[in-house]
Design a protein around this ligand. Structure first.
Ligand SMILES: [Zn+2]
Length: 394
């Protein structure tokens, strides 16, 4: 008995280090690790290959993907995407690693192909920003008929001045107070629901603003759209898992389904044996224009109606969904965005703005990482079983 306790403690310590080491600290190390998956994967899927798209404006940045068809018959494909919002890829890459180590080997290579995408937005990952180099939120750019209508979401104009204060970011305390009063004023004059919708829906008119969708289709979007077309074209069944952070309760990852999936959220909670599923509607989560998951559903409905598709986002909550969290996340985004465009009065203010932003999308706490990985495992297990990609574990 005497030996028992220390060995359990050691074991716990070992798993703890293990979990923490899943989370990369740089874009380059994460990409290196991803590229290194190939040899092991090829032992099961000998046609697997690594592909890269070199970004047109910087050849040190690439979108990387590993694709393999099934060995005998292309029935099912598993699509796993990370880093549509660059800074969220540090968590996304950790989940990808877990998936590749523990779940990919359980798929059946004879009938199942896969597509793993590392850092849809490599510039954002490298520079710890959400948008791409042009401040474009890629999750506002996935439209079936690309129409960047600048008059869309006119309500954003009413809050633009509040979201984009001019001039350097100076004293954080003073700015927080000003933020709070301004927020209360906007929420009380517009209503919370309208405020959130104006903020989050996407806008195509203010290139320095939040949730900006751009004026043309970004190259990242074009590359990814082609990959989704290939998946729907070549397989009868597509399962797509997309990794995100920032929204929802801090210690319970949310599965966010497309509003275009007709089944209610509680149906999926039962089906996947997973406690928190929401649909991306104004009531359950928030509505978005140009959403990537909506795009793949739209593509299926329009061009591949006979395919079976389930696509969802893993949303790892960070600041929480209390009133505090809801007020806090726009504040952090406004400060970071202002520091980016206008600079800060000194290095300390800059560091504070960046730290707040990092905690919103890539939390540092070990207990958060532990729980996030546990939630992901439970969701992988539930979804892969329900969709017939793996057999129930004995
Ligand atoms: Zn995201």
């Amino acid at each position: 008995m005497e030996n028992r306790l220390p060995s359990i403690v050691n074991y716990q310590r070992a798993t703890m280090t293990n979990t923490l080491s899943l989370f990369p600290t740089t874009y380059e190390s994460s990409r290196e690790r991803f590229r290194g998956y190939l040899p092991a994967i090829q032992k099961m899927w000998n046609k697997a290959a690594l592909h890269q798209h070199v970004m047109s404006y910087d050849n040190s940045l690439t979108i990387d993907w590993i694709y393999s068809p099934a060995a005998e018959k292309n029935e099912k494909v598993l699509v796993f995407t990370t880093g549509e919002h660059g800074v969220e890829c540090y968590v996304g890459s950790a989940m990808m690693h877990k998936f590749v180590e523990e779940y990919l080997p359980k798929l059946d290579p004879r009938t199942t192909g896969f597509l793993l995408v590392h850092a849809i937005n490599p510039w954002g990952m490298k520079n710890h920003r959400r948008g791409n180099r042009d401040n474009i939120d890629l999750n506002r750019t996935f439209m079936l008929d690309p129409l960047f209508d600048s008059t869309f979401n006119p309500a954003y104009d009413r809050i633009h001045g509040f979201l984009n204060p001019p001039g350097k970011l100076t004293n954080t305390f003073f700015n927080n107070l000003a933020y709070l009063f301004s927020l209360l004023w906007h929420v009380s004059s517009m209503g919370m629901k309208n405020f959130r919708s104006a903020l989050l829906l996407g806008q195509y008119r203010h290139p320095n603003g939040l949730y900006y969708g751009g004026r043309d289709m970004p190259e990242e979007t074009r590359i990814i759209m082609d990959l989704y077309k290939l998946a729907l074209h070549d397989y009868t069944q597509v399962l797509h898992l997309d990794m995100h952070t920032g929204y929802g309760p801090r210690y319970q990852m949310s599965l966010v389904n497309s509003a275009l999936d007709n089944n209610p959220s509680n149906y999926f909670e039962n089906r996947f044996n997973y406690p928190l599923v929401v649909a991306a509607t104004a009531d359950e989560f928030y509505a978005i224009r140009g959403d990537m998951i909506d795009y793949i559903y739209g593509l299926k409905q329009r061009d591949y109606p006979t395919r079976r598709l389930f696509a969802t986002s893993f949303e790892f909550g960070t600041l929480g969904d209390t009133l505090f969290g809801l007020f806090q996340s726009p504040r952090v985004m406004i400060h970071e965005n202002r520091a980016f465009w206008h600079g800060t009065s000194n290095e300390q203010v800059h560091a504070e703005a960046k730290r707040g932003f990092e905690e919103l999308f890539n939390p540092s706490a070990a207990d958060w990482k532990e729980k996030a990985v546990k939630d992901a495992e439970r969701a992988f297990e539930g979804i892969l079983n329900a969709e017939g990609y793996i057999q129930p574990s004995a």
